[in-house]
Design a protein around this ligand. Structure first.
Ligand code: FES
Length: 225
């Protein structure tokens, strides 16, 4: 069983969509190599292609190499790609490949392939789709297993699309705030910028602020009392 994902960033949306379609078409013939297989797009801004397959016998290494090549995960991929991490144990039918970009705190996961034990998809996938910092993981990205080597701070559902602010950031900002709803909303706007552009997220922000757990201590919220 394997799961593979690809995503390419820093290209214009139309180019990205066209490239995604081209990758899906190129992957299509490989669907026949498995008893079950699907190849579907995922995401919007942080989009890519998800290739998921299952078979009774482990797939041939050449099949996995072909999938890696099409997903930009092979050793020879060059344009716009960063370090490649790879582990393979053919006797056990295990193969894991990660493609990273950036350096230091801006290191991000660009794509991955898991073959054999794919339990790690549960924590690797948020790293990719939510563009979470990946530097601290290093080669432990290849460790496998459902338990992440480090906690994955998923950003949760996106609430403000103008400033790409998610539920978890809002919850963290509201934590401990003792102030009226409108004042807490102003704190969110000041710190995260959410709700300060088109305003379409304001009803949702007000709902979240009103439903936030009761605050423990009064805090100054940056406006005259
Ligand atoms: S979606 Fe939040 S300001 Fe536009």
């Amino acid at each position: 069983m394997l799961g593979g994902e690809w995503s390419q960033l820093r290209v214009e949306p139309l180019q990205r969509r066209l490239h995604r379609v081209a990758v899906r078409e190129a992957l299509h013939p490989l669907l026949r190599a498995f008893a079950f297989a699907q190849c579907v797009p995922f995401g919007r801004e942080r989009g890519g292609v998800l290739f998921r397959a299952a078979a009774v016998e482990p797939p041939a290494a050449s099949t996995l190499e072909a999938i890696e090549a099409l997903l930009g995960l092979d050793a020879t991929a060059s344009t716009g790609t960063g370090p490649r991490l790879h582990y393979a144990d053919p006797r056990r039918g295990q193969r894991r490949t990660m493609r990273l970009s950036g350096a230091g705190g801006s290191t991000r996961l660009e794509g991955f392939l898991l073959a054999g034990d794919i339990a790690a998809e549960a924590w690797i996938r948020p790293l990719l789709q939510e563009e979470l910092p990946a530097e601290a993981y290093g080669r432990s990205l290849l460790a496998g297993g459902a338990k992440p080597p480090l906690p994955v701070a998923a950003r949760g559902r996106q609430v403000c699309s103008c400033f790409d602010v998610g539920e978890s950031e809002i919850a963290a900002c509201l934590h401990g705030l003792a102030a009226p709803v409108e004042a807490r909303l102003k704190r969110l706007q000041a710190e995260l910028k959410c709700g300060t552009n088109c305003g379409s997220c304001l009803p949702e922000l007000r709902r979240i602020v009103a439903a936030a757990p009761a605050a423990r201590e009064p805090l100054a919220v940056g406006e005259p009392s």
